[in-house]
Design a protein around this ligand. Structure first.
Ligand code: GLN
Ligand code: ZN
Length: 771
């Protein structure tokens, strides 16, 4: 019997949400009870069918296992968890007598129910996708519990396709898991590897039975150096896992893919196991010198994580170079394509010239099909395509707006002084005198509830149903009521509530040169949540003030200080598709200079406090330790460039959305903001000792209200949290604020929570005075 060879051209995964977000709409309709589980299943099946057919139309093979079977109703990590029976104990009632969990139960694990908190959500490697963290304890009953993936492969077979099932690999699955509640000290989910492998072996047998010739096991954890388990243990687990699965008697051929970076020392380990093919991310990573293998090397040379058409000829050369390392070379995407929107052709309003430089998922599939032809028939067979891609690159280099003389001259003239503010003690004294704030100043992070009315008015304005001046009046009325509310409640530093912003990044992208905004360029962020990142394609400049009118209007309504609100350069980059033709640091500085002008204008308009949000600072941190210092350097410098032009008496705030910031605490300190707000309520101020140990000496607002939950914190609860902060941090440094913006909350909870926060702050002020 001959074993099937790996498909010469394939992709690691494809967008699952649907061209017009059909899956999002169906899933949300199911949650709202408007459609049944069967109807939702039908939508899923239809999307899978459309995807398979589309991929064949774009040039992938119908029966050669090149099409990944990689659908998910919510998240691929949750899918793996449910497949192996890893349902957290608190959701035990969702498990039927036969050990399965139905679709409603699956969503309940993702979203929580009553007092049962949902599975924790966290970022998938260095992307903006969020997965659900599996909980694995010593008692978790790992067993082959869901044949959903098997059924999907069978469904493909029935309709004449042979697809390649995709599942998170066992090592990555356990490394991303956390111990379930009550697990003994020292226990790690990885301790359950052998039990999990037995389940995977069963799954592989079942996939074989429905006709799968290849299976793809995704092992991105093998490229990461940000995993807590020591590297030797990770490598030993990879060896054990793939020796065991490779030895399974009934199984498809095994393709282990490793997106998001180099495998490095994990590559020889995988090579020493009886698997058949290894996927390399050759966009981010490389192959260790001297490596040779008899296995199929699948070169991920088309970037799955950006939207640029890129250098196809260079990609082809990389593939050619793999031929010296292995007798069998194939081409694929560097990561799943689910980080990209589906099709450039769905963008009627994008400039044609810009479009010719782009490749969304469908264009990338076509590029891979081209490279596959090149691999099979030689470069001559694809000369036309290689030239066209090179010509687009040249065009991109010379097109107006890509390089702007003024922007470049300004960046080139920067000196160290542009990145530094004066001495902090002087700043503090000047700010105390100018702002006259009480001890324990209270504030919010910026946004107030985005009500249905606000969204309706925005949509009506976009459609031209209400005039610009009517819209502005509406927003001013909204701001007026938000200011009155804060005054009534007794908040010290006032915000305008951000009603004019659809999104904290897109709003700025829409007002800056060098950005384009898409119509249908949605990518999944988590579950049914999608974002529509802007495209940063050219040199960035600000034509006119963006936020000044709103902040100045707000200040005209109150005697209290108003805090101006901007999104920082790193976050603007992190949540956009960024040009790949120059270092990120250069692009960040251009954004920073535009923000610097905005900050100067805010200052001129009488705004004494300006917050520059950087919630994405941690997210962009490279997975490889060797790359982290350079990243922290440019990211911190761009923030400083944006904020260092202000007077000593102007107070700069920043906000970060997470609490595990141990790794970036020095960077946060180096931002040199006068006040930093962070998330802390959910973890009951767990970060405070870290802050104390780091010697952080400026203002800090550890959140006292978990805005991710509809719960209203009591006065006592908030009082306790403030007291914990005061226990470790010098009194004068402490600010009182929620964890994050209030845009997803309703007004009732917001008013009740802020009222309790102010009452708690007043109580603590009294107590401290009495001490
Ligand atoms: N200023 C923003 C808001 O309040 C910050 C949001 C964020 O950090 N993600 O909504
Ligand atoms: Zn936040």
């Amino acid at each position: 019997m001959t074993t099937p060879s790996f498909p010469i051209g394939s992709i690691l995964g494809y967008p699952r949400i649907g061209r017009r977000r059909e899956l999002k709409k169906a899933v949300e309709s199911f949650w709202a009870g408007r459609i049944t589980a069967d109807e939702l299943e039908a939508t899923g099946a239809e999307l899978r069918r459309a995807t398979r057919e589309r991929l064949v139309a774009l040039g992938l093979g119908k029966t050669d296992s090149s099409i990944p079977e990689a659908f998910s109703f919510y998240d691929q990590v949750l899918d793996a968890a449910v497949t192996v029976g890893a349902v957290p104990a608190r959701f035990a009632t969702l498990v039927a007598a036969d050990g399965t969990v139905d679709l409603a139960g699956y969503f309940t694990i993702a979203r929580g129910e009553g007092s049962n908190t949902p599975a924790e959500m966290t970022k998938w490697f260095d992307s903006n996708y969020h997965y659900l963290v599996p909980e694995i304890g010593p008692e978790t009953d790992l067993h082959f519990a869901s044949d959903r993936l098997v059924c999907e492969v069978a469904e493909a077979t029935t309709s004449g396709f042979r697809t390649r099932p995709v599942i998170v690999g066992p090592v990555t699955f356990l490394l991303l898991s956390k111990p379930s509640e009550g697990a003994p000290k020292g226990y790690q989910p990885l301790d359950r590897l052998d039990d999990l492998l037995a389940v995977y072996a069963e799954l592989l047998a079942a996939l074989t039975a429905v006709g799968a010739e290849w299976v793809q096991l995704d092992e991105p954890a093998l490229v990461s150096e940000s995993i807590e388990v020591p590297r030797e243990k990770v490598l030993a687990a990879a060896k054990r896992a793939y020796d065991a699965l490779g030895a399974a008697t009934v199984r498809p051929q095994i393709f282990v893919s490793a997106p998001y970076g180099s495998l490095d020392d994990a590559l020889p380990v995988l090579d020493s196991t009886p698997i058949e093919a290894i996927g390399l991310d050759l966009v981010r990573g490389s192959v260790p010198r001297g490596f040779r293998t008899g296995k199929t090397l699948v070169g991920g040379v088309i970037d799955g994580h950006n939207i640029w058409r890129g250098d196809l000829a260079a990609a082809y050369r990389i593939l050619e170079s793999l031929r010296a390392l292995s007798p069998n070379v194939a081409v694929t995407s560097s990561t799943s394509l689910f980080h990209t929107p589906q099709d450039v052709a769905d963008e009627p309003f994008l400039d044609d010239r810009l479009k010719s430089w782009l490749a969304f998922a469908d264009q990338k599939v076509a590029q891979i099909a081209t490279l596959a032809i090149g691999l099979a028939d030689g470069a001559a067979a694809i000369q036309g395509e290689l030239h066209a891609a090179s010509a687009a690159l040249v065009d991109r280099r010379i097109a107006p707006g890509v390089r702007d003389g003024d922007v470049r001259a300004r960046a080139a003239a920067l000196t160290e002084a542009d990145f530094t503010r004066g001495d902090y003690a002087e700043r503090l004294a000047a700010q105390d005198a100018a702002l006259n704030l009480p001890f324990l100043p209270t504030t919010t992070i910026g946004s107030f509830p985005q009500t249905g009315d606000i969204r309706k008015a925005r949509a009506a304005n976009a459609k031209g149903e209400i005039s610009e001046s009517e819209y502005v009046d509406f927003l001013k009325a909204e701001i007026t009521s938000v200011v009155e509310l804060q005054e009534q409640i007794g908040i010290d530093v006032i915000v305008h509530g951000e009603p004019e912003r659809n999104d904290m990044v897109q709003y700025f992208a829409e007002h800056l040169d060098g950005f384009a905004v898409t119509q249908n360029g949605w990518v999944q962020s988590y579950g049914s949540r999608c974002t529509r990142p802007s495209i940063l394609w050219g040199d960035v400049a600000r034509e006119a003030p963006i936020t000044v009118e709103w902040s100045a209007y707000t200040q005209s309504l109150t005697q209290k200080p108003v805090k101006g609100m901007l999104t920082g350069p790193v976050t603007i980059l992190a949540w956009s598709f960024v040009r790949d033709d120059q270092p990120m640091g250069e692009t960040a500085n251009q954004v920073a200079l535009a923000l610097r002008d905005e900050i100067e204008d805010l200052e001129q308009a009488g705004i004494g406090i300006i917050q520059v949000d950087e919630p994405a600072l941690r997210e962009l941190l490279p997975l490889k330790k060797a790359d982290q210092a350079a990243y922290l350097e440019w990211s911190v410098r761009s923030f400083r460039l944006a904020t260092s032009g202000v007077a000593t008496k102007t107070q700069i705030h920043t906000h970060l959305c997470y609490s595990e910031f141990g790794v970036v605490i020095d960077a946060i300190n180096n931002l040199d903001a006068d006040v930093t707000s962070i998330e802390a309520a959910r973890s009951k101020m767990e970060v405070v000792p870290d802050i104390q140990r780091s010697g952080f000496g400026r203002g800090i607002g550890p959140g006292v209200y978990d805005i991710h939950s509809p719960r209203v914190p009591s006065i006592e609860e908030v009082t306790d949290l403030i007291e914990i902060a005061l226990g470790s941090i010098p009194n004068r440094q402490v600010w009182v604020n929620p964890d994050c913006g209030l845009k997803t909350r309703g007004y009732d909870e917001t008013v009740a929570s802020l009222t309790n926060i102010v009452a708690a702050t007043r109580a603590v002020r009294e107590r401290v005075r009495a001490r």
